[in-house]
Design a protein around this ligand. Sequence first.
Ligand code: UGA
Length: 447
Amino acid sequence: MFARTIAVVGTGYVGLTTGACLASLGHRVVCADIDEQKVAALSRGEISIREPGLAELVGEGLAAGRLSFVVGAGQALKELETEGKPVEVLFLCVPTPMGVGGVADLSAVEAVVEEVRDAMPAGCVVVNKSTVPVGTADRTAQLLERPDVQVASNPEFLREGSAVHDFLNPDRIVVGSNSSPDAAERVAALYARLGAPTVLTDAASAEMIKYAANCFLAMKLSYVNALAELCERVDADVADVTEGMGYDRRIGQAFLSPGPGWGGSCLPKDTHALLQVADSADFEFRLVRASIDTNTRQFRRMVDKVRLAVTGSRNGSLSRVRLALFGLTFKAGTDDLRDSPALGVAALLRQAGAELVGYDPGLVDSPAVAGLDPRLVTVADDPYQAAEGAQAVVVLTEWPEFRSLDWSRVAAAADGATVVDTRNLLDPAVVRRAGLTWTGVGRPTIE
Ligand code: UGA
């Protein structure tokens, strides 16, 4: 017997992971999307997202008849109805991009609500899983105009690259609802097998938890990146400083690695959205504003590092200087280029006149490479080709394979003799032995 009948609307990153994982927990799940080709591919078990374990779960769900894919939210409801078990929980997992002035664009949520309004069986729960502004659950309830249908907010905390693992091993489950008291409990019960701590609350608090967590992470990284700058000025080593901080269990070792700045499809969007939430509540959230500003500054700082390493001066010219960029994605383990700090730094280097050739292991054989503007950076097939004739190698994404490159070969291919490692990824001694100088972030330069 299927435990619960679930419709998941939107088969993007969050929707597909949610659908496949809920099916693996024994529920009957129908996932809906408006993209017909995508639905056809998913129905054959073909997924375009690179996520460890996800293809296997989709395949298992399809084979077991617990998971299926249809075009349109209305069709998902019909499919379950036909099976004689109408939908009990409908998850909204549609995109909520940053719109004008940092306000989240909820038009996709609104379109789905419009489509399913009249088809929802009484007593079912509509759950918002997309990251949405505080107050969206109430707005969804108003749009629905169905007092017999409950609305809940159930934010997700998945990281790209470990989404399946994070879903099945959550630190916590959060569900908030202003509808009848049992709505949140019924949603939380879907995850009961995972045995995670569960926070049941009102809708606004659940929506706030998601922003609060992501913005805290962004703030933590901006703190570390600013600390790295200070370490450079006082000759301290940020690697030792953060290790020493991280043993304090109240701080923890995670999310303490300095870098070129934070990015991706979530932290930049959510920091701006929280500022917007604060603004509309007439509250100036200075810590979040400062975290964003520190991040913008961090991109510029990386450019100064490259100038100094290549020209010997922070004001030196990068005009026509050829640079090899190792890593273009927003973090290792993904082919996602959205709001990538690597590209943020690349744009500034290009503005300064540098000529950029990049290599990224995640982009080899990935369609995402088509999203790169060749006027910004051209992409090489391997790191040695990217290094050909370069005056500096700039490591921008923390792909572990960069550690085990043949650095003597990189040095032989390059024109210059310097590596700017914005992720403190490499072993400086290895780089040095290859005849290159190494500059990190917040660490002493090795000549
Ligand atoms: C982030 C959160 O970590 C998830 O909990 C959340 O569910 C997700 O956003 C979301 O809202 O959907 P994600 O965007 O996949 O996940 O990326 P992270 O792993 O958090 O990395 C964000 C950025 O911080 C990347 O640019 C990464 O390179 C950078 N970072 C991370 C550092 O510079 N240093 C670190 O120590 C950790």
